[in-house]
Design a protein around this ligand. Structure first.
Ligand SMILES: [Zn+2]
Length: 179
């Protein structure tokens, strides 16, 4: 299985900033750890960070990834974790649910749930895709988790991906679809 991990932002785009953290740094750090844990259990993993959304999609599509996971930090005054999928993608929704479940189980975060959105990287990738908003970088307690518990976020994301393959919906096995 080929898992594409996109660490959000990067290059000239630091993403959201708060509490002394930059989203691009946190995403890359969690991405690297997620890559390590997925590789340890035998997945083929590509970690990619770039400040151009079409390029991210092109690299994932050209690599023929089986799953796409984009890692971000939220901002704007809230708190907690939410995971997005592209509307109409049953596999994306399933993957999002497994990842979300693992994160809220292993970290003291508010469960903001699984949501759909037309985010560029969800829309223009050919495989089931999710975008994880790990926690709010501009919230003091969330930012503390983003600083001190990166390993737990990574393990949870990796477990969510493993869960997807361990307990797939029937259509994952029999009718693989582009979204
Ligand atoms: Zn972001």
């Amino acid at each position: 299985m080929k898992i594409f991990i996109n660490a959000g932002h990067g290059g000239n785009d630091p993403g959201a900033c708060g509490n002394g953290l930059r989203e691009s740094d946190v995403a890359l750090s969690i991405g690297k750890l997620t890559e390590k844990y997925l590789k340890a259990v035998g997945y083929d993993v590509k970690l990619f960070q770039y400040d151009g959304l079409q390029t991210i999609c092109d690299v994932a599509n050209d690599w023929c990834a089986d799953l796409f996971v984009s890692i971000h930090c939220n901002a704007g005054g809230g708190t907690g974790t939410e995971t997005y999928y592209f509307q109409g993608s049953a596999n994306g929704e399933t993957l999002a649910a497994y990842v979300q479940k693992q994160i809220v189980k292993s970290l003291p975060v508010v469960n903001r749930g699984v949501k759909h959105a037309n985010f560029y990287v969800l829309k223009y990738t050919d495989m089931p895709a999710v975008l994880v908003e790990t926690a709010f970088i501009d919230n003091f307690l969330d930012a503390k988790l983003l600083r001190d518990r990166q390993d737990d976020f990574a393990r949870a994301i990796a477990r969510g991906i493993s869960d997807f393959y361990a307990f797939p919906k029937p259509d994952v096995i029999d009718f693989p679809t582009r979204h």
